[in-house]
Write a protein of this length. Structure first.
Ligand SMILES: Nc1nc2c(c(=O)[nH]1)N[C@H]1C(S)=C(S)[C@@H](COP(=O)(O)O)O[C@H]1N2
Ligand SMILES: [Mo]
Length: 376
């Protein structure tokens, strides 16, 4: 008995595997990747600000928008990547040529880096970190590998992309639906766009309240939690049991000041309407009341635009101490908040005092604050 010949690239004549299809879906994927990359860079620099960079504290909701876009574009990139891989998979059966070996290697790097990046990013939105390597550093390094490999890929394919950028008469002529699936190219585009939109619409509710009710795929509902706000890390998880009877808040600058809770409450209070925008993808606006950081700086004799170290009662952990750059310390919206949505802060939201600042990642909105240090 004669075995059938192994498939070659020619065994996949369907017009759905045509370079025109790869070009169209590739364009969508490229937009998603670019948005994801740029918003990711912004998030990275917020958390690791190089000395030459001054991130402004306004617009107040900027980070909420960029991080919402980051998780949104990353999420819809998953169906787009799958569709792109499906259109081009017959290439796997092409005769191996030495000439294209380097290009093949770069595609292998691109595809595996993207698959890993989207996978760990998605698990991160679920607050699940089941790997031994540090998430943030790995996610960041992979992003640069992807962008590098993507530029090589686009450069190599440029002639092909150019030819198929527009729908030519020749392409239309050979685009009869294949007998097996009966799906037209337009049908495929609609299916892929529909799948990406569906995934997008059912997750975007974690940062856009209007879509909250249909956010079936969103890991977090932005209005579910004590005081109408989710809790990312509970006091119990952070090892903060509450406060001792002799609790004091201190600020050290040119002068050292120390306050009991009641004394903090007696200081002039200001109100800020600001969101918590978690790097993990959810965000929610809230009303905060407390003392402006710039007022506290003034009280201890420091200039309003000082760099301030924020110290939490939480022991250890990545976010037990954070820094407020001068732009953020000076902003009148930045508070040592004592109240949330009309009530005293819940312990899980940082009782008795927490930082809330405009245009900042949630991870830097430090809870259970008991000390501020003026650094410069
Ligand atoms: N001390 C301390 N502050 C913290 C955290 C933490 O783990 N420890 N988590 C941060 C993160 S990741 C987020 S998103 C916000 C969430 O604030 P919430 O729990 O009040 O909604 O708190 C931030 N403040
Ligand atoms: Mo967060």
């Amino acid at each position: 008995m004669k075995l059938p010949a192994p498939p070659t690239e020619k065994s996949f004549p369907s017009p759905l595997h045509h370079p025109r299809v790869a070009t169209v879906i590739g364009r969508w994927l490229a937009v998603a990747v670019l948005v994801c990359f740029l918003t990711g860079l912004f998030s990275h620099f917020q958390q690791h600000t190089p000395a030459w960079l001054h991130i402004p504290s306004r617009p107040a909701s900027l980070y909420r928008v960029t991080q919402g876009l980051h998780v949104f574009s990353g999420t819809i990139a998953v169906p787009l990547l799958l569709a792109k891989l499906w259109t081009v998979y017959p290439k796997l059966f092409a005769k191996p040529e030495l000439k294209g070996l380097l290009e093949k290697a770069s595609i292998l790097v691109l595809v595996s880096a993207m698959a890993l990046e989207l996978f760990i990013g998605y698990l991160n939105t679920l607050q699940w970190y089941p790997w031994p390597f540090p998430f943030k550093e790995t996610h960041y390094a992979l992003a640069w590998i992807i962008i590098g490999a993507l530029l090589v890929h686009i450069a190599v394919k440029l002639p092909l992309i150019r030819t198929h950028w527009r729908r030519t008469a020749e392409v239309v002529a050979e685009s009869l639906p294949p007998a097996i699936t009966g799906m037209t190219r337009r049908g495929l585009f609609r299916t892929v766009a529909g799948a990406a939109s569906l995934v997008g619409i059912s997750t975007i509710g974690q940062s856009v309240p209007a879509f909250g009710p249909i956010a079936v795929l969103a890991p977090r509902k932005p209005n579910v939690g004590p005081q109408g706000l989710p809790v990312n890390r509970t006091a119990e998880a952070a090892g903060v049991p509450g406060i001792p009877a002799d609790w004091r808040f201190t600020i050290s600058g040119p002068q050292q000041l120390s306050y009991t809770i009641d004394q903090l409450r007696a200081l002039p209070q200001s109100r800020s309407d600001l969101p918590i925008a978690c790097v993990e993808g959810w965000s929610q606006g809230a009303r905060w009341e407390g003392i402006r950081i710039r007022d506290l700086l003034h009280l201890c004799g420091a200039p309003a635009s000082s760099r301030v170290r924020v110290v939490s009662m939480e022991k250890g952990g990545f976010y037990a101490t954070t820094e407020l750059p001068p732009e953020f310390a000076a902003d009148p919206l930045t508070l040592l908040a004592l109240r949330l949505n009309g009530g005293e802060l819940a312990l899980d939201h940082g009782f008795p005092a927490r930082i809330i600042a405009p245009n900042r990642p949630g991870v830097l909105q430090t809870k259970w604050v008991h000390r501020l240090e003026v650094i410069s």
